[in-house]
Design a protein around this ligand. Sequence first.
Ligand SMILES: Cc1cc2nc3c(=O)[nH]c(=O)nc-3n(C[C@H](O)[C@H](O)[C@H](O)COP(=O)(O)O)c2cc1C
Length: 280
Amino acid sequence: MKDTAMAELFEVDGAKCVKCGACVRDCAFRALKMEDAGPRMAFPDRCMKCQHCLAVCQTGAVTFDGKRPEDSLPVGNLQLPSLESVENWLRTRRSVRRFAAADVDRATLSRILAALGNAPTGCNARSLTFTCFPTHESMDRFRHGFISAIERHRDGTKLLPRWLAVPAIRLRKGGEDMFFRGAGGMLVVSSDEKAPGVTTPREDVTIACAHFEMLANAAGIATCWCGFLGLVQREVPELLEQTIGLSRTAPFYAMLFGLPAVRYARGVQRDSYAQIDFRE
Ligand SMILES: Cc1cc2nc3c(=O)[nH]c(=O)nc-3n(C[C@H](O)[C@H](O)[C@H](O)COP(=O)(O)O)c2cc1C
């Protein structure tokens, strides 16, 4: 983006600005500068569009990229999860592998995916795509396409790894779905690693998945990480190209989701498993 266009992203309402300098101080890459007339975007090429200037302004004087302060969530009286509620969630959240026949409510799913756009990305690169199979029907189509792609591959000259071929045959025969656990939905988070400013594509997708799990669980939607598709990309990447449209090298991770058909009565006990190493 040209410097002039970037400079115009940062607008200050002179009637509200008290020139306190909070926006300038909070700008991580020092793109802003305080002048007699007030703060201005002095080094647009440094701006990573994180919107901290909009968020930190106590008087609501900053509009960034057309985002007006009055349209932001005010932090003041917001109810945020307590330490206890997040701890409780972490100790009782489960990878669910049994799903009910009903679909997840679409409006809830859309709401979760919109909120997910707020998950942090390295240098605020925001290069993520959320590809969502939202219903059992869409998952069944995907499963069918996946198995067909495996079969086409098997008909060719290449050998398939056993861990892929054997469960595929079982699934084709209507047996257990070892790959996708009978889930009623799947979210594939991918990063355009070639997009400008992308520094941490793999971390970005994993972080988004972790936040998806948290948001989904809060809405009563069960999730399971789908590491299996990562193995597929490593060994037979053309299967993902054909079924999801993911390039051979696209950093991605997938989360299975749906309404749970299992209810856990208690949490697990893993507090003591991590090595905690305070260095005073
Ligand atoms: C990165 C990652 C990949 C995973 N891949 C799979 C998978 O492909 N299939 C599956 O059933 N579970 C998968 N899991 C779930 C783990 O097996 C599970 O998190 C672990 O056994 C602990 O259980 P819990 O999540 O219920 O606490 C994965 C988990 C993570 C974090």
